[in-house]
Design a binder for this molecule. Structure first.
Ligand SMILES: Nc1ncnc2c1ncn2[C@@H]1O[C@H](COP(=O)(O)OP(=O)(O)OP(=O)(O)O)[C@@H](O)[C@H]1O
Ligand SMILES: [Mg+2]
Length: 285
């Protein structure tokens, strides 16, 4: 048989040859296939692996939340120890039976133009409606992470978004995941530094016209917690509230301040929630 008449498909061969190498919990890095707009802000950090030869390996669930599961992922070029990074993959559950508890209150003032989508989302039993709501939260968290990162608020670097999955910087403490603030018993000097970092971050957010809306010691990670310079990192930002358009925004900000003031006060660094709220409102716009 001459090569011209051959039904042999070189693409198939190539795929088979490679796919044999991938195990069930691996895939080719999704970086190349992701549109530019769905990748994180440039400059891309030095640690980020962008090679098309990289493979993503699922290393397991970090935590299952109410609306999403967070997985640990390694993105690495096989046989090249210099090209390897860990990422957190937050995957929203689109068609889960549970309703999105954050739908109420937070989304007031947000515009959804399509009436078909609005009606579908209002129908809490519709699968399409649930998928739509999940999609809105994924896109909201992605764009908020980018805005906050660019403005200098300490959030995980947003790597890329694809479907229901957001990939972001994995926040660590040495070789393991960073603890959440509520798990820590900081020394007095560490408390002072962490409080300073918190106020800076909240002031920057207020300056952007944003309220976190679900801020608590559970949605704050402490990177390098076991070193002399722990760094506070704010996570879980899909529900960010706009101070200008959401009529509940100041109430949400008050609740955020109260959650944080209670924790710092209980740990021995008294904070007055009302005073913090007034300070932040003074920084708004
Ligand atoms: N970038 C990250 N680096 C390290 N760990 C992370 C990262 N993002 C999330 N986690 C881990 O996953 C947990 C859940 O993340 P997140 O709060 O964003 O999701 P969630 O679904 O809203 O969870 P919940 O319903 O518990 O609030 C965090 O408390 C943290 O332990
Ligand atoms: Mg959370």
């Amino acid at each position: 048989m001459s090569p011209e008449t051959s039904s042999f498909d070189w693409n198939d061969l190539t795929f088979a040859a490679y796919s044999d190498d991938l195990t069930d919990d691996q895939r080719w890095s999704t970086w190349d296939a992701t549109e530019r707009l769905n990748r994180g802000p440039e400059p891309w950090p030095d640690w980020l692996v962008t090679s098309s030869a990289a493979v993503d390996t699922d290393l397991g669930v970090l935590k299952s939340g109410k609306e999403a599961d967070v997985f640990l992922l390694e993105r690495a070029v096989p046989d090249d120890p210099g090209q390897s990074c860990l990422l957190a993959a937050k995957r929203y559950r689109g068609t889960d039976h549970r309703l999105f508890h954050r739908d109420t209150g937070y989304t007031e003032g947000r515009q959804i133009r399509s009436t078909v989508a609005t009606r579908a989302m209002a129908d809490r039993k519709s699968t399409f409606g649930k998928a739509m709501r999940a999609g809105l939260w994924v896109n909201a968290e992605w764009s908020h992470l980018k805005r906050l990162h660019v403005a200098g608020v300490p959030v995980p670097y947003p790597v890329q978004v694809e479907g229901n999955e957001i990939l972001m910087e994995f926040i660590s403490d040495g070789d393991s995941g960073a603890p959440r603030l509520h798990q820590l018993r900081p020394l007095r000097s560490e408390l002072e530094s962490l409080y300073g970092q918190l106020v800076d971050a909240m002031r920057t957010m207020a300056g952007l016209g944003f309220v976190h809306g679900d801020l608590s010691p559970y949605n704050i990670l402490v990177a390098d917690a076991s070193t002399p310079e722990p760094r506070l990192v704010i996570i879980d930002v899909p529900q960010l509230v706009d101070l200008a358009s959401n009529p509940n925004a100041v109430d949400f900000l008050h609740r955020d301040c109260t959650n944080m003031a209670n924790w710092f006060t209980a740990k021995g660094r008294p904070v007055d929630a009302g005073g913090l709220l007034a300070d932040l409102l003074g920084h708004a716009w």
